[in-house]
Each structure stands twice: as structure tokens, then as C-alpha cells.
Design a protein around this ligand. Structure first.
Ligand code: PRP
Length: 214
């Protein structure tokens, strides 16, 4: 049996749809339950329901053979895992955003030592370093857009999907940091030890994803 770490919700429902199309029956993943481990014996899969930011950890340590996680979370986690398939859903863009009223057009216009609130401190620090900008990165766990509103930060680095959260909180994007979408990742040792089983799933999933693109 292969184990797959996923976070429960909209993104795991989309993954369940892909698996179903790929010939792996897994309607159990879409059922409402408080269980944290769900099995689909007919598909030969065990799902481990984890927090999104913990998925790369489960996979790195081999507690799960595979995992489904956003590229944003994967880059931030910086774990030693194999990235196998771009699942092409859960698309979003990570941006640097500032209050509209600040009149800042470009990241290079940010004041020296500007404070930047983010759930992605590793990515944000790397981005500002690469752009030669001295900024103080303030890690938060959510509702990042609050930062500039209450005077905690001058800017944020966060993901945006529809752009609605930025607009409704008086913020605007001044730079794109990276694009993101969900990825299928694997434990490196599992991928060697269970290659046939895992590669069969990978190829079936790739086929569905490629088909949905056209
Ligand atoms: C994410 C992100 C933004 C919002 C963007 O937050 O951090 O706040 O979604 O989506 P939009 O562009 O479609 O408005 P999430 O819902 O994950 O909650 P969080 O802020 O508590 O992390």
C-alpha cells in the first residue's frame, strides 16, 4: 500500500478527482470525517491528512511515500524530497504587496529596513537578498494582510489567487515573487524501493493532468 500525505479540503478534493480519473478509486477522501488516516484498499492507497505546511515533513521522513503540496509551501519548507508532477491546480501567485495609499510602485522604492509580514520568511528573505533590498522579515501564520493595516508591517509577501483579499484590505501588488500550483512529491528512498507502484501512479496522474490541459 502507498501512503499519501494530503491536506483535507478543496485541494484534496481536486486530487481525489484526479486519482479517480487515473483509475484509483478514492471517494473516501471526499467524505466528511474526523479521521486522520483514511484507506482505500481497492486503490491500494492510504491517505494521511496533514496540515499543508507539514506535508513536506511527513514525506521527507518517509512517514508518507507521497505528498500533495503547493509549490509555495514546498519551496518554503526546503525539504529533501523528489518533486514528481505539477498537478496544475491550486494555482496562485506569490507577490510583494503594499498599501495602495503608500504610493510605492516598485520593491526598490521600499524604505531601508522596511518591515515585511509573511507566512514565507525563507522565500521572502531570499527574494529581498537577491534584489539587494534590506528588509526586516516578520513571520506570521495567517491573515498576513492585517500587517500593514494595523501598522505591524510596511509590506507583505503572500499568495494571491483572485486578488480579492488584497483589494478588500487596501493593498496592491508591486512585484511577483513566484508562481505556484500543487505538486506531487515523493520520499526519495520510497521512490527507489517502491518504484514500480509509484511510477504507475505517477504516469496515470500525469496522463490525467495532461488531458485536462487540452
Ligand atoms: C490565502 C492568502 C491570502 C488569500 C488570497 O489565505 O494568504 O490571504 O488566500 O486569496 P485571494 O487572492 O483569492 O483573495 P488563506 O485563505 O490560506 O488564509 P490565511 O491568510 O489565514 O493563511
Amino acid at each position: 500500500m502507498l501512503s499519501i500525505a494530503v491536506s483535507k479540503g478543496r485541494l484534496s478534493d481536486a486530487f481525489a478527482d484526479i486519482l479517480e480519473c487515473a483509475g484509483y478509486p478514492c471517494h473516501v477522501l471526499k467524505e466528511s470525517t474526523r479521521k486522520l488516516v483514511i484507506e482505500s484498499p481497492e486503490a491500494g492507497l492510504r491517505f494521511i491528512l496533514a496540515k499543508p505546511t507539514d506535508v513536506p515533513t511527513y514525506v521527507e521522513y518517509g512517514a508518507a511515500d507521497l505528498g500533495v503540496v503547493g509549490k509555495d509551501t514546498l519551496v518554503e519548507a526546503n525539504k529533501r524530497v523528489a518533486e514528481l508532477v505539477d498537478l496544475r491546480y491550486g494555482r496562485c501567485v506569490m507577490v510583494v504587496a503594499v498599501p495602495k495609499a503608500a504610493g510605492i510602485q516598485n520593491v526598490t522604492d521600499l524604505d531601508f529596513n522596511s518591515r515585511v509580514a509573511t507566512k514565507y520568511p525563507h522565500i521572502a528573505r531570499t527574494y529581498f537578498q537577491d534584489h539587494g533590498i534590506q528588509a526586516e522579515v516578520i513571520p506570521l501564520h495567517g491573515s498576513i494582510e492585517l500587517g500593514p493595516i494595523i501598522g505591524l508591517a510596511d509590506a507583505i509577501v503572500d499568495i494571491t489567487e483572485t486578488g480579492r483579499t488584497l483589494v478588500e484590505n487596501g493593498l496592491e501588488s508591486i512585484a511577483e515573487v513566484m508562481d505556484s500550483s500543487c505538486r506531487l512529491i515523493a520520499n526519495r528512498v520510497s521512490y527507489k524501493m517502491k518504484y514500480t507502484e509509484m511510477q504507475r501512479l505517477v504516469e496515470a496522474v500525469e496522463g490525467v493532468v495532461a488531458d485536462e490541459d487540452h
